[in-house]
Design a protein. Sequence first.
Length: 715
Amino acid sequence: MRDAGGGTVLDPPGAEEILALSWTGWGGGPLHWTRSTISYSFVGPADRTPPRFAPSSSIQSLDASQQAGFESALAQWEAVANIDFVPYRGSDPGRADIRVGYADFPPGSDLAAVTWVLADTRDRLQQAEIWLNSDARGTDDVRPGSFGYLAAMHEVGHALGLGHPFEGAATLPPELDHRGVTIMSYRDHPGTGRDAGNGGLQAEPRTPMLYDIAVIQQRYGANMSHARGDDVYRFPDGMARIQTIWDAGGNDTIDASEQRLPVVIDLREGAYSSIGAASSYGAGRNRTAEDNLAIAFGAKIENAIGGRGDDLLVGNDLANRLEGGDGADILTGGGGADVLVGGSGADVFRDVPDGLAGDLLLDFSADDRITFVGVELTDAQLVTGVAGDHTRLSVDLDADGSTDFAVEFGRLLAGEFRVAAGAGIDTVVRLGPAPPASDPRPEGDGLDWVGTPGADRQRGTKYGDVLAGEGGNDRLYGRDGDDVLSGGPGNDRLYGDRGNDRLEGGEGRDRLNGGAGDDMLSGGPGHDRLYGRDGDDWLEGGDGADRLYGDRGDDVLSGGPGNDRLYGADGDDRLEGGNGADRLYGKNGNDRLEGGDGADRLYGDRGDDLLIPGAGDDRIHGGRGFDVMRVEGDSADFSLVRRGKVWILEDLRPDDGDAGRDRIKAVEMLQFDDVRLDISGAEAKPVDSDGGGGGAFAGLRIENLVDDGGTAPVA
């Protein structure tokens, strides 16, 4: 375990550590699958093959949300290794490679879950059964960050051949036997709180951790097709997330700009960063978590953005861009030709000779410092600039005729800056003077800026700016004021920040972040991601498979053509899927969800929601609250069948343009053009206009599935 001026850094696991995380079979070797495609199924009434290892005869299937959570846990392993989990498609789901279900465990059992496997004498896995304890606390919630999600990932790890780090012929040392290193451990991550019992947030790993990924990739190979684009890993302010980043390519960024507490971001492989609060209540809300984010071995992350506190940012051997943001930050570039941006505050740019490869330091101010460890300045001369000049200071540390680092000023604000060679171990370069106390520009005089065909970066002012990126993969920051940002062609990143902003992505895979204010975001062609953030925002995805996040406020989200995903979050939101197989999530608030054409999935979640599925075979889940599903047409044009907890509504007139067979769950009322039905119970009942129960009504055929597989009338 190493700590070299940044976060904690671990060496890759050796043979002993790999053995400690391996589940050994009867043949003496690690258990493993010999194929990359592995089928799975959830226990249910369609199974013809009985379970082999159920803890009891009382078994239950996972509901729809739990199945979605478990499939997300499977996807976490798929993301890092050459494994493809596929639903079992045969006639008997009981013959799947991996079977998953809930069961009543024997009285007194302290197990949250258990995995049984079948393997041959050559330690080749044949089948696995994963059983979650239906009585154990937390196993019913299978959402990322929850204990149930951790349990699902842990048991899938067993099903892939991983073992506990504290059992067997080899074990991990105690300082590595915790969930910050491996989710196969029973010991909690030591650097965060665990506050679910106190009404706060849960903090469990959301991904396999550092050693899990290393061992599973050693066994099955690394997934080199995952996250090959220019990805931004954004961490919202609040309690820390525990996770490891595996990224197979692209120019990637860890963005902690929303954090109010100091952060440590270390981009080296095997390094840990510290981002977010250690707890969601008490003193921990004002203390940064420790070592909650790891960079997987072999993952390359190029850029880091700090938050509002006094941050420490450490680069790797790539050409990094480190942006400190507000606060008195310390930036260390490492190897590669780095760009270091201190931001506001008294910043320190710290490096060693081996880490210099033509680094460029931007936005220098009088209070900033450059510190080199173990060298003395051999060739730097006093330079005097004129106010208004665009000036660059180049420094040659070892007098070999090449620039080791450069400091660039976009505009000098006073008569000169100074270079001073310090004595002793550390050489310090100080520049000044301080900028004026106030900006002389009049209110409303913002910046008008047009970029180049290359990859541009531009920040606006506190006024209303107009920034256009043109070509290239641009990054535009509006900052204060009502700004207009246009990315143009390329994979752009647009940040409105404060003010009522308008962001247009243009062609390419863009990411738009509205920030505070009532913003308008338009993704344009391409697979875009749009984040409304604070305020009452309007988000339009455009062509492509887009993801739209309304966040806080009463937002309007429109997916447009393509298979989109829309997330309303807080507020009374309106979500419109458009054409394509879309997924709409209302989250909190009284939301309106319109699927449009295509096989859509609508999830109301919390609040009294209105769900309008549209044409196609849709799935509707109202969630909590009193939810209403609106059906276009008279009731005589449809049939309604109840199967278990699910209502199936089928259009009997597919020629009228809204053909479909919809699956409905957790919805309290169906509203046709001519009648309303209460479907909150086991039977569908007509409702009078005043909300009371009604008598008979004409037209709609309603059926209920009975035990013998037949149908019986409900009304």
